[in-house]
Ligand binder design. Structure first.
Ligand SMILES: Nc1ncnc2c1ncn2[C@@H]1O[C@H](COP(=O)(O)OP(=O)(O)O)[C@@H](O)[C@H]1O
Ligand SMILES: [Mg+2]
Length: 396
């Protein structure tokens, strides 16, 4: 019965144990390690589709005929069975059209494996940002891109505003946006931070890979609110419209950072120049520039000024207008490589300076913001201390 659906509502969401074996958990399918091995042809490297901060990902064929993305969590992510399953149970209950579906997991011995719905058209970093049509064969025309942006915004608005307790994704980036056969976007890896043992503070390498998406107040001060996700979304939005990564060292120095470039063009009223030339001029210029401006709104230095995700959805769809004059400079972090992730308590003001938190906006803005929490979201102090380990349920 290893691969049947378990349902155990009476257990109140907690896994029930029989003679030390996991017998049941709400909604979550428990896979035998043997089935996972068979599905991936013994983790054959030919079936490996990715390697991320949490471990390796394989494509696999499950016994029931489904194709799955199988994420083998690294040793660091090993939690006790009970805690692991409790978290998995929470994640598996979160379902939305724009979120990747978790089929189940495997928790035999030391193994901690997640089994997800496999998305046919890969992630945005390996398709759109890796050369678009020429590389992936996927035609990212303007309406496809607009649809992807709105879908991601809806998925994130759902995590932020509808799920209780709210979920901060913390790792919104192009590789966590997967596309199904119809190019509808699905956000992946939400809730993964919950699977990290609370004492695991060494997340700096994981964060380093995605630093271009990190909101300054989160990267430097460990101030984690939904507004940090909204910043990352803003970066992603600009990547989708421009068809380039947030950082591109092959470009001339002054063009390397997408946000800097976007701000410069915005000030000159030439944002349209940032729209992907791969669209061959076939796009709705008003809409594309609006999207870029929404990206700028989301990446403003002051978290309070960034809109909520439900507002972003309405801005994208044109149900709500933007007051362009109010957009302030994006918050940027430089000196990426040396940055160490640390808890906010130990971060002294002089260290903030050393880490080159460049705040290009007015100094009054900076001082009113520093050391305070993002009141617009009014998270508890647990939110920021959760920075290095649990990044998930830091909401009230
Ligand atoms: N559900 C999925 N369907 C298809 N491909 C996936 C899926 N999940 C992950 N991948 C692929 O595996 C890669 C690595 O994923 P992951 O381990 O989450 O690392 P990261 O998101 O940090 O790049 C992704 O970039 C994507 O190409
Ligand atoms: Mg991922």
């Amino acid at each position: 019965m290893g691969c049947s659906w378990f349902s155990c509502r009476k257990s109140g969401g907690k896994p029930s144990e029989v003679d030390g074996e996991i017998a049941a958990i709400d909604n979550v399918k428990i896979y035998k390690y043997k089935e996972i091995r068979q599905a991936t042809d013994d983790f054959n490297s030919l079936n490996k589709i990715g390697e991320g901060g949490f471990g390796s990902v394989y494509k696999g064929n499950l016994k029931d005929g489904k194709i799955a993305a199988i994420k083998v969590l690294s040793a660091e992510s090993r939690q006790g069975v009970r805690e692991f399953l409790t978290e998995i149970n929470v994640i598996s209950e979160i379902q939305h059209d724009n979120l990747v579906k978790l089929y189940g997991c495997c928790v035999e011995g030391n193994h901690r494996i997640l089994v997800y719905n496999y998305l046919e058209n890969n992630s945005l970093d390996k398709t759109l940002l890796a050369g678009g049509y020429t590389r992936s064969g996927i035609l990212f025309d303007w309406s496809t891109r607009a649809n992807i942006c709105v879908g991601i915004a809806k998925g994130l608005a759902f995590l932020h505003e509808e799920v209780r307790p709210h979920i901060i994704h913390r790792d919104i980036k192009a590789s966590n946006i997967l596309l199904d056969k119809d190019l509808s976007p699905k956000i992946s890896d939400f809730g993964l931070a919950r699977l990290m043992p609370p004492n695991m503070t060494h997340v700096s390498t994981r964060v380093a890979g995605t630093i271009g998406y990190l909101a300054p107040e989160y990267a430097v001060r460990g101030q984690l609110t939904r507004k940090a996700d909204i910043y990352s979304f803003g970066v992603l939005l600009m990547e989708i419209v421009s068809g380039r990564s947030n950082k591109n060292t092959r470009l001339p120095t002054e063009y390397q950072y997408l946000l800097e470039r976007a701000w410069e063009l915005f000030e000159r009223n030439e944002l349209v120049d940032l729209v992907d030339s791969g669209l061959n001029g076939v796009f709705d210029a008003e809409e594309a520039c609006r999207y870029l401006k929404i990206g700028l709104l989301c990446t403003q230095d002051s978290p309070k000024l960034r809109p909520t995700m439900s507002t972003v959805v309405r801005l994208l769809t044109g149900e709500k207008d933007i007051d362009y004059k109010k957009i302030s400079r994006p918050g940027l972090i430089s000196d990426f490589m040396d940055m160490k992730v640390r808890g906010p308590v130990e971060t002294k003001p002089e260290e903030v300076n050393r880490h080159s938190y460049t705040n290009p906006s007015s100094s009054s803005n900076a001082s009113s913001n520093s050391g305070t929490r993002d009141n617009s979201n009014a998270y508890s102090s647990g939110a920021s201390s959760a920075y290095a380990g649990n990044t998930f349920s830091s909401t009230i």
